[in-house]
Design a binder for this molecule. Sequence first.
Ligand code: ASP
Length: 431
Amino acid sequence: MSSENESHRLATRILWGLVAGIVLGIITVGTGRFFPGVLSAAQNASEHVLNPFGQVFLRLLFFVVIPLVFASLALGIVQLGNIAKLGPLAGRTAGFFFMNMAIGVFLGLIMMNILNPGGSLDADTQEKLKSEFVGQAQNVEEVRKNQAKLNFNTLVEMFMPRNLMQSVVNFQILPLILFAILLGAAGTQMAEARRQRFEEFLSIVTELMTKIVRFALLLAPYAVPALIFSAIVRVGLDFLLSLMFFVLACVLIMVIHLFGTMSVWLKLFTKRSPIQFFRSIRAVLITAFSTSSSNATLPTSLQVSREVIGVSNSTSGFVLPLGATMNMSGTALYEGCVVLFIAQVYGIDLSIGSQVTLLLLTVFSAIAVAGIPGGSLPLIAGLLISFNIPAEGLALILGVDRLLDMARTTVNVGADVVTATIVDEKLKPAT
Ligand code: ASP
């Protein structure tokens, strides 16, 4: 398919951009040791040209945050309400999806707390990062104080301010998330014809916003090297090490979730050997890895589940399309990791209470993520804002996002096929 080829080409160009940005950054910092003029010229160029250019990419994503969070979350909830009406098979499938996403985020948060990839930066680099990337966002000290004050009162204030519109204007996402959930729940109570119209309206808004994300991604092959080069020449090589540590930590957690958690389910609910199982679905995993899109992988996962695994047509036809839009355990896991990493980089301590809230929000927001490359980026921006972490911090991980998108999509889709198999063999109500 031509759009798949285009997506491949785009991914290759982004990855080459990443390599070029890193190599040029390292060369510039190295040369700067002998010729300081070179480094300061590069820093100037980053400040006045490259970073603002990278910001255009980021701002395109920020543009869509409010309408996308609102529409896609409400849509997810309306659809969930419908699924629940479909009976026990649907309810169990959705329950399994939720549990997998929650376990994925839980693993991610635990590992990020233990490995602390963002905490290894020295105080000097941390200061530079704050001043370079926080920009016009709020000052980090204030943010730190706000994080510490989480109690029942502040929770009510955070989620239910007196004026929803004002909170939207101030880019506070939590009230919007709650409002979208309420609206979706209310939508499920409407008469069928009106509910369908409401669902269609929400899906049109979601589709439009997703198209803007695609526009933004067209800039990615240029924005990624610009941002990563800027970060290296302005903050130094320590940051690069932290970023590499973050990438390795994310990949490790994703591998544990895909081949660990899923193997436990396979052993527990089916008589299949996990190794054999993953071997037989490797075409699905490779397609997900190379397209970074759950949607684009759907035809392959349907075919392999039916013809290789032997999942019935009815179960695969129901679970897999639903999973491609809803079951994003790799994405949920990744969202939690990014929020924690950027908080660590800025020296912002997220309390246990905040991390539990983060777990719930990542699961909900992952349901709202479109199964396309980079689908989660605007929602991650929304999550950062929800936790008072400057969303500009997203610039720090954009360079490596595509790489991790390949990995998280593989987890998303792998978990879909495992769920379809288990539902087919164990959870299907007896007829
Ligand atoms: N690329 C992911 C998917 O299609 C979504 C994301 O996390 O960006 O499954």
